[in-house]
Design a protein around this ligand. Structure first.
Ligand SMILES: Cc1cc2nc3c(=O)[nH]c(=O)nc-3n(C[C@H](O)[C@H](O)[C@H](O)COP(=O)(O)OP(=O)(O)OC[C@H]3O[C@@H](n4cnc5c(N)ncnc54)[C@H](O)[C@@H]3O)c2cc1C
Length: 479
């Protein structure tokens, strides 16, 4: 079954308006307060996420409070062929939470409780609508650590993180969300409720449905409960900021740091303009950016032995100097560290606040970072647009922002997709992928055919069809 065939099953009528009969049913189930039609205050915010300037109005927003309400909504929508798009906090950068086919947006915002912190087993059971930072702070109070830390951690939901298999600066040492998910409660598109595995550290018992759902971008089921593995919080960390006159040299230094036997708990790359725009946006610059400094590496090292970390910092500095790093700033107070991380975390909203942009989330084997940076810049020069790049360089993951600036609608609509295709082709030639952590969602799906042969796309479509034969759940995403 192809995606386009299955999407025909969606009730076309529901794309533009919702029948009174459906609204009455949902109102009886959830209460009027939790059924939002377009006339409701706050409805607007469900039409967009953080992806470019895209906007898709749903017909209705439903805000359930528990698993049985989600189950009943899905059962009903499956019978009536109403499209449903699950929404976390709406911070996604691939348009995954956009109701591109209209219908219902299912907001998980009331699933906001941490259910249990199991100190015996080093696990936490949580609802999906908990803000990532809130979860991190809650387990930290017990001396425990949940490392995945997307730069949006102050606003995104843990359920969105699981659906995207999100990363963040700490992924380079501690891994991505997938490495911490042990078990899920999932409502299938027909309303049935399953537990995908068990709260165990290992699983060789049949196909691993838990890990299939992680990163499936809300296309296979609605996640209503999550069990995560925790570790102990490292006691100390030190942060270095190294400037480079050449961005390519900065990228070359990244793999050299690991070859020297170091495993930083963060290794971020930032082009000069990324830093300058962020500082302008925050209206503060906690360090000086000198003339001729073209790029920066931000390196964090952590552990429980401060002397060992200090030795690692010295070793890292030696490596960076081999690649012509300038004066390295060592941040050792918490305030200084936080202010530098704040500049890094604010790059995305900073660029967005100054110009429309398209953000790519490419990932290549780490040592190919210099070539991929060169290639995307070449494409930008060829087409005449500015790119601002930054990202989780230690993972080979680069966020390339194509800045719209004064380019016309015509240029943006017709030239950019071709240019993006050329960039992706280079990435694939360099052994990389279209997305390292943001997902495919709506905006990158036209490029999936560059990445995978038809046989692989067909396998993925068939998996989707097994879970969701009527294609009602997040239709039009991934492929
Ligand atoms: C400033 C900024 C910085 C960012 N930095 C990072 C970063 O460092 N690393 C990174 O990986 N990402 C980053 N992101 C992207 C984004 O924050 C993540 O993708 C995040 O995981 C999305 O979570 P959300 O709750 O906002 O999900 P949403 O955007 O609401 O949804 C994302 C996807 O998950 C699905 N979904 C959500 N909840 C559920 C559920 N309960 N069940 C099933 N499907 C569900 C949706 O259908 C959608 O497909 C950043 C975004 C911004 C704006």
């Amino acid at each position: 079954m192809s995606a386009s065939m299955s999407s025909l099953k969606i009730n076309q009528h529901s794309l533009t308006r919702m029948d009174k009969q459906h609204i009455n049913y949902f109102t009886a189930l959830l209460g009027a307060e939790y059924v939002l039609a377009s006339s409701h205050e706050g409805f607007e915010e469900f039409a967009s996420d953080q992806t470019e300037d895209l906007k898709f109005n749903p017909s209705l927003v439903l805000i359930p409070a528990n698993t049985s309400e989600v189950s009943e909504i899905m059962r009903y929508c499956n019978i009536h062929l109403l499209p449903v798009t699950v929404r976390g906090a709406g911070t996604g950068l691939a348009g995954g939470a956009l109701a591109t086919h209209g219908g219902i947006v299912l907001s998980m915002q009331r699933f906001n409780k941490i259910l249990e912190i199991d100190v015996q087993n080093l696990q936490v059971t949580t609802e999906p609508g908990v803000i990532t930072q809130v979860l991190q702070d809650a387990v930290k109070e017990k001396g425990l650590f949940y490392p995945p830390d997307p730069a949006s951690k102050g606003s995104c939901f843990i359920g969105g993180n699981v659906s995207h298999n999100s990363g963040g600066p700490k992924a380079v040492k501690y891994g991505v969300v997938r490495d911490y998910v042990l078990n899920l409660e999932l409502v299938l598109p027909n309303g049935e409720i399953i537990i995908t595995g068990a709260n165990t550290l290992k699983n060789s018992t049949g196909y691993n449905l838990t890990q299939l759902v992680v990163g499936s971008e809300g296309t296979l089921g609605v996640i209503t409960k999550i069990v995560l593995k925790l570790i102990h919080h490292p006691q100390f960390n030190l942060l270095m900021l190294a400037p480079f006159a050449s961005a390519e040299k900065a990228c070359e230094a990244v793999s050299a740091v690991f070859r020297a036997g170091l495993i930083p708990s963060g290794l971020e790359f930032m082009e000069r303009n990324a830093m300058l725009w962020s500082a302008r946006y925050l209206d503060v610059m906690p360090f000086e950016i000198k003339e001729g400094e073209e790029a920066f590496l931000l390196i964090e090292l952590d552990g429980n032995d401060l002397e060992a970390i200090t030795r690692d910092v010295e070793k890292a500095a030696e490596v960076l100097c081999q690649f012509e790093a300038g004066d390295i700033l060592l941040a050792d107070t918490e305030t200084q560290k936080e202010s530098i991380w704040k500049v890094r975390r604010s790059i995305n909203p900073a660029i967005r606040s100054f110009s429309y942009k398209k953000e790519l989330d490419i990932v290549v084997p780490r040592a190919n970072l210099p070539q991929v940076l060169y290639s995307v810049r070449q494409v930008g020069e060829k087409y005449g647009f500015e790119t601002v790049s930054y990202g989780h360089a230690g993972d080979g993951n680069l966020h390339v922002n194509i800045v719209r600036g004064n380019h016309s609608d015509d240029f943006w609509k017709n030239q950019i997709p071709t240019a993006v295709g050329e960039m992706f082709e280079k990435v694939i030639q360099l052994g990389g992928l279209l997305s390292g952590e943001h997902g495919i969602g709506y905006v990158q799906k036209p490029y999936m055919e560059l990445m995978f042969p038809e046989i692989q796309l067909e396998l993925m479509r068939k998996i989707k069809a097994v879970f969701d034969p009527n294609n009602i759940l997040n239709p039009g995403k991934i492929f």
